[in-house]
Design a protein around this ligand. Sequence first.
Ligand code: ZN
Ligand code: ZN
Length: 194
Amino acid sequence: MGADDWSALAGVSSTLLALAAVVIALLAFRSEHQRARFEGARSLHHDLTTGEVAAARKIVGSLHYGDFGPTSTPLDVSQALTSYFTVLWCFERIEAGRTALARGVIRGPRTDSALDYLDTLVAWHVTEYACGFAVARRKLAEASAQEISDSDSASGFRRLTLALQKRGLVDRAYRQGTCPGAECPCACHHQSQP
Ligand SMILES: [Zn+2]
Ligand SMILES: [Zn+2]
C-alpha cells in the first residue's frame, strides 16, 4: 500500500474509534439514566408504604372496612380527614412521578422496565383505594355532615387508576375514584355480616 492508502486507513480507524467512544458513552448514559429511573420508581413506592402515609393508610383502611356510627366505633373526623388527604396526595405524587417516567423513555414504546416496575408495585394499592377512597369519602361526609371537597386532590388518583386499567393491571370494574356499588369487586362489599 502507498502512503495515501495508509493515511486513508488511519483516517477510517480513527473515525471508527471515535464512533466506538460515542457508542460506549451512549450506553453508559442509558445505563445511568435507567438506574436513576428505577431509583425514582422505588422511592415513589417507598413514599406510599412508609412514614406518615403508612400511618394514614391504617386510618383510611379502618374507614374503608370498619363500621362507624353513633352505636359503633367513634370516629375522629379531623384525624380521618387528614389521613384521607395524606393518602390521596401520595397517589398524586406517584401519578406525577409516573408521568415524568413515561416522558423520560428514551426510545420505543411509552413503557419500559422502570415504568413496568412502578406499575406492578402500585397496582394492588390502586385497586385497594379505587373503592377505598370512595367508601371513606362517603363515611367522612356522613360523619361530618358535609361533602368532602376533593375533586382536585383526587384527579391524580383517577388518572393513575385509568392508566393502570388500560394496562390491564387494575380491574376495569372499578371506576376512577367512585364505587360502582353492586358490581364493585372490592372485598369490603363481601364481608360476612356478624
Ligand atoms: Zn366498592
Ligand atoms: Zn371497598
